[in-house]
Design a protein around this ligand. Structure first.
Ligand code: ZN
Length: 222
């Protein structure tokens, strides 16, 4: 006969609720959180297709927990990464525990990263959400900040899309202090000051042809 035991001790919370002393609100006026609600539906004639209309314009709280220092750092115009004290690997985007199996999930430590990076890979966005349409084409890069073992995604400004190169040096440019909100959009990449694009070649011409209609279309929006 197996013995049934009840679990009396509940799992201890791993940390106490923080005492938030700084609160900032930049919610536009007259926005109401109506919550999650189905507000209607539509069904086709055959009765085998149905769409439901869900209103989800509600307030979310993103709890950053152990990762908070990174997001707070963005407000301060700094890039914080994490570093494994055992093997020395660094990470931006941050990892709270080392990924190397030999390190046995060692807790990482905070380290301030340089405001420089290199392009790991990149793409050109010829389409976007409504709010960014007039900024097209947008160059998106995965860039390696400092000696990070992982790459972070962000926009690359101040360059013609066809001039981007793998491994090219970048600098990190922050928005002005009063515009920063602690999101990755607080900064973008730009080519490093000393960097010059290489001369035009066949691949660059190919990309120029591809983005030409995007520029024309954006012009037609004005
Ligand atoms: Zn490690």
């Amino acid at each position: 006969m197996s013995e049934v035991t009840s679990i009396k001790k509940r799992k201890k919370k791993f940390s106490e609720e923080p005492d938030f002393v700084e609160k900032k609100s930049y919610r536009p006026k007259n926005v109401k959180e109506t919550g999650l609600a189905f507000i209607g539906h539509e069904i086709n004639e055959e009765g085998n297709a149905m769409n439901q209309l869900l209103h989800y314009d509600q307030l979310y709280t993103i709890r950053h927990g152990w990762n908070s220092k990174f997001f707070k750092g963005l407000i301060d115009g700094k890039i914080w990464g994490t570093k494994c004290p055992k093997c020395g690997d660094t990470f931006v985007p941050i990892r709270t525990h080392c990924w190397n199996l030999d390190c046995d999930l060692e807790k990482t430590e905070w380290i301030e990263m340089p405001l420089s990076a290199t392009v790991h890979t990149w793409t050109i966005a010829g389409w976007s959400g409504r709010s960014s349409l007039k900024r097209l084409p947008i160059v998106l890069v995965y860039a390696v900040i400092g000696d990070s073992k992982v790459a972070i995604a962000n926009e690359l400004h101040g360059i013609d899309p066809w001039d981007v190169e793998f491994g090219m040096p970048l600098k990190i440019v922050f928005k002005s202090k009063n515009e920063r909100i602690g999101a990755v959009t607080d900064f973008h990449f730009e080519p490093a000051d000393e960097w010059k694009p290489s001369p035009i070649n066949k691949e660059k011409e190919r990309i120029q042809k591809l983005v030409e209609p995007v520029y024309k279309w954006v012009e037609s929006l004005k």
